[in-house]
Design a protein around this ligand. Sequence first.
Ligand code: ZN
Length: 403
Amino acid sequence: MDDHRRLGRELELFHADPLSGAGLPVWLPAGAAARHSVEEYVRELERRAGYQHVYSPPLGKRELFELSGHLGYFADDMFPVLRLSPDDEFVLRPALCPHHALVYRARGRSYRELPLRIAELGGMYRPERSGVLGGLSRVRAISLNDAHNFCLPEQVGAEVAEVLELIRVAHAALGVRPAGFRLSLRGPGEKYVGDDEQWRHAEDLLRAALSGLPYVEAPGEAAFYGPKIDIQVRDAAGRESTLSTIQLDFDKPARFDLSYADSRGRRGRPVMVHRSLVGSMERLFAYLIEVHAGAFPAWYAPVQVRVLPVGPEQVAAAEEFRRACVLAGLRAELVVDGSLGARIREAAQRRVPYAAVLGAREVAAGQVALRLRDGRGLDPMAVPDALALVNGVVAGRSAELLP
Ligand SMILES: [Zn+2]
């Protein structure tokens, strides 16, 4: 595998600029196009699984993070508090849970609404030390695929199992190959909230969800509020990091006094499941760039079709084909300068899945000749057939370039 920083530069996916700041990379158009496709896919997957999406600000009142426990237990991993005036202080949030607890309690809840699944691809901030920052794998501004699933106590087991299945589906579509499952538990000498009984109960639930899967136990890797299942990936240098996670939390529902009315109208306390299917967009793409060596599946390739007229006489027809691609929902660009051979090579170097070549013969016959980035070439085919081929692969989110 190649280092994602080198490929990110070569393929113009993102840009690290000292003026932007360490750990604060900028997504360039190609990287943003790929990310956009992945975000759309994840949002749709969640929507179908019953999630409701919200937006919340990455900045919040100091009191919100005192209530959540973050300032008491997690302050070392947060940026310093911002002070407008002595009684008006703000926190760059290190997590989305406090805002999602506010969504839950924005009105009264009935047990019939549970599990209530609140999702957001939201911004958050962590002051990682500058020594560990590099590319997209460790950043200070994080865009997290996050959700908080508020459940009845008896729903937690099934909810965790369902999230594990969604993670499996998302990984398969993106080409993520997990390095292993980890059950992250409390360790000695750290600060944790909640009593032993709660922790044992939560650990038992997660162990049950993992039964049948190979996993390791990792003492000391739990969140401060509960144990978690972490799904690990390995980077090009062999370093392991957590991509997807499922965490159980009995603490925040109590801190925020979250409740629901049960079937007899009595108040019950929901359990909060924090989960991320694919982690942060930054860490996800650091991994995807390396595991695919920049050659993403066609559905999230930054440019899906490069249109190459053989000579000046075919430029108009090539531009027409490019427009047809764009209208069909594809990302396509026209490249006219340089020899045809050099342009075909460059398209492959750029990991563009399809080069569409139009010579005099193809234009006369209303055809294009597709060349794949792996060197395979197809016989010329009618324009609508070529569009249907590429669209079918993209819509099916196939890992292959041919149906
Ligand atoms: Zn959370």
